[in-house]
Design a protein around this ligand. Structure first.
Ligand SMILES: C[S@@+](CC[C@H](N)C(=O)[O-])C[C@H]1O[C@@H](n2cnc3c(N)ncnc32)[C@H](O)[C@@H]1O
Length: 288
């Protein structure tokens, strides 16, 4: 056991009362998740909610470093006892939402606690400066459908999908876990786009535009964007998007949103851009 791990073990003796500890018992599923993650021997991998290490130990056989994060003291003890001389595993007893993420590129492979799925994704995906390369996650099937839905009507999920491709790989039935959960699960694959639709440094501006534009996803484009673009600009924009002015803004895909955003950056003066915090209420500065 490394000194670092010993210290963590001693420093974190608080008990947790997290429920929903549905442990993975399917070797096939573990194998498939790790294969999807395309881990190379130089990679750092995070296992969020490591439990008793169903993913942690197989990951450590391939990756350079594995950081296993777990809140439950009993599981922490079992993780340490199974660790033996594996020096490339670091076990951390902590709430994942409180840990500092690696500053260099990393991958996540995890059967996460479903009760905090959106906060976990938010921590990984809200700030594209976080160097997440790929994540293979077991999530509740309903959540997987929400993150991959078409059309995209949730501005936060749209912002994630401008940077990351998010795919529901397949449904996973409850019998892959002990105890079995009451819901179906799904493998969610999150892959950083080689060419994101929005550059990292522009992401906050895009998030404001998305929140403003999607304040009512049923609005036709001309109405949804009338506070940002002039009527002639909207006429040109819809030609570029290959839709008409009546097209509901909530039906635009990621690429079309990229076009809307870059048109705004190029042709609309900054004081007309929707501003974070005002956008969702439709309070962005409007043209007179
Ligand atoms: C669905 S179980 C998965 C366990 C293990 N990875 C497996 O597949 O067998 C989720 C795990 O997350 C842990 N957990 C719950 N909330 C957590 C949090 N905020 N941060 C880190 N781990 C958490 C639970 O104690 C539980 O062990």
């Amino acid at each position: 056991m490394s000194e670092n791990n010993k210290n963590h073990r001693e420093n974190w003796k608080k008990e947790s009362n997290f429920s929903a500890q549905h442990l993975l018992i399917s070797k096939r599923l573990i194998h498939d998740m790790i294969a999807l993650a395309k881990i190379s021997p130089t990679d750092t991998v995070l296992d969020i909610g490591a439990g008793t290490g169903a993913l942690t130990y197989p990951l450590a056989e391939i990756a350079a470093h594995v950081l296993a994060i777990e809140t439950d003291s009993a599981f922490i003890d079992r993780l340490f006892s199974k660790m033996q001389d594996r020096s490339n595993i670091r076990i951390k007893q902590s709430d994942f939402l409180e840990v500092s993420l690696p500053r260099s590129p990393f991958t996540v492979v995890a059967n996460i606690p479903y009760s905090i799925t959106t906060p976990i994704l938010g921590k990984l995906l809200d700030h594209p400066g976080v160097p997440l390369q790929r994540a293979v996650l077991l999530v509740e099937k309903g959540a997987a459908k929400r993150f991959t839905a078409v059309p995209i009507i949730d501005p936060r999920i749209l912002s994630w999908r401008m940077q990351y491709e998010i795919r529901l790989v397949r449904t996973v039935s409850p019998h892959h876990f002990a105890p079995p959960p009451q819901v179906d699960s799904a493998i969610l694959l999150i892959q950083r786009r080689e060419e994101p639709f929005v550059l990292t440094q522009h992401q906050p501006k895009f998030t404001s535009l998305a929140a403003y534009g999607l304040r009512d996803p049923r609005l036709p484009l001309f109405a949804a964007l009338s506070g940002v673009f002039t009527p002639p600009q909207i006429a040109r924009l819809v030609r570029m998007l290959k839709v008409n002015q009546e097209y509901p803004i909530g039906r635009l895909n990621e690429e079309q949103w990229g076009t809307v955003f870059h048109t705004m950056l190029q042709h609309v003066p900054p004081h007309r851009w929707p501003q974070w915090g005002k956008s969702s209420k439709g309070k962005s500065k409007r043209r007179k």
